[in-house]
Design a protein around this ligand. Structure first.
Ligand code: NAD
Length: 288
């Protein structure tokens, strides 16, 4: 199965941490990319951020000035969702909420052509549920990138019950053509990575709650002695506590309240306080 043609317009919805990164990946792969967010000015701001990131690579001699300019020229902010009508692939990276994502997919089904692929970057929500309610659920698939998307090679290609094999193979080939290392998975709560990562977060949070050690000590131990690239506290600060907590809640609910996936009260407090991690300047650590 061949990858999507480079002339295919890729629309990315949600110009946050993930949407911006995914837009960069698709533009660097040669696609015209439209970036949309409901927050006014967010898409243009994200494109400026991408330009700055690429500028740093130029300064380090890792990217040519021409490649930077060509990538940025392929990125277009789209304030109105109607501007995405000519997309051949839409990747949504909005808030991790089933009903909000389902509403968006219904809107996209009415807006985009019948051939347009509707992909979700959801971390944990059921692709089968996201697709249910559409006239053509077979258009929906998971394309789950990792943070930061331009640097992380893994992409989970997630099939719901209605996803045809040919579509999964098409997106797998596309992710490979974008320089990623995709893996096929069936839609199961948390898919592969976020499922196996749950105990990593949960046990770290339980150790903190029990007063075993502070965050910095636990992170250093997991990094230096455990061989992990990041400890659970620095990693959840990077992911965003709103996102990580929503993922835990979704996996917990999907497994009918299985204790292994129980969300942490400590993390809920951070979310309630708006201490979402790096993106808000404060989480377990301070980034001011
Ligand atoms: P984020 O909070 O950084 O960004 C979300 C963006 O979506 C915001 O800019 C918000 O304004 C916008 N948005 C919200 N509702 C919208 C709507 N209806 N239409 C258009 N824009 C809308 O979140 P994020 O970390 O980028 O996560 C986005 C998605 O990616 C979530 O589904 C999350 O589970 C998934 N994800 C996150 C990570 C991570 O490490 N943060 C990793 C992989 C996947």
């Amino acid at each position: 199965m061949s990858a999507l043609d480079r002339s295919t317009v890729v629309a990315v919805i949600g110009a946050g941490a993930m949407g911006a990164g995914i837009a960069q990946v698709a533009a660097q792969a040669g696609h015209p990319v439209k970036l949309h967010d409901t927050r006014p000015g967010a898409a243009a701001q994200a494109i400026d951020g991408i330009d700055r990131q690429l500028g740093k690579l130029v300064e380090k001699g890792k990217l040519s000035a021409e490649a930077r300019a060509a990538t940025v020229a392929r990125l277009q902010p789209a304030d109105a969702i109607e501007a995405l009508a000519d997309a051949g692939l839409v990747i949504e990276a909005i808030v991790e909420n089933l009903e909000v994502k389902r509403g968006l997919l219904r809107q996209l089904e009415a807006l985009c052509s019948a051939e347009c692929i509707l992909a979700s970057n959801t971390s944990s929500l059921s692709i089968t549920s996201l697709a249910a309610g559409l006239a053509h659920p077979e258009r929906v698939i998971g394309m789950h990138f990792f943070n930061p998307a331009p640097l992380m090679a893994l992409v989970e290609i997630v099939s719901g019950l209605a996803t045809p094999r040919a579509l999964a193979e098409r997106l797998y080939a596309t992710a490979s053509a974008w320089g990623k290392q995709p893996v096929h998975t069936k839609s199961t709560p948390g898919f592969i990575v976020n499922r196996v990562a749950r105990p990593f977060y949960a046990e770290s949070l339980r150790l903190l709650q029990e007063g075993a050690a502070d965050c910095a000590t636990l992170d250093a131990l997991l990094r230096d002695a455990g061989g992990f690239r990041m400890g659970a506290f620095e990693l959840t600060d990077l992911i965003g506590h709103d996102v990580n907590y929503a993922v835990t809640c979704s996996v917990f609910a999907a497994y009918y309240g299985d204790f292994r996936f129980q969300p942490s009260l400590i993390q809920k407090e951070l979310v309630d306080a708006g201490r979402l991690g790096r993106k808000s300047g404060h989480g377990f650590y301070s980034y001011a």
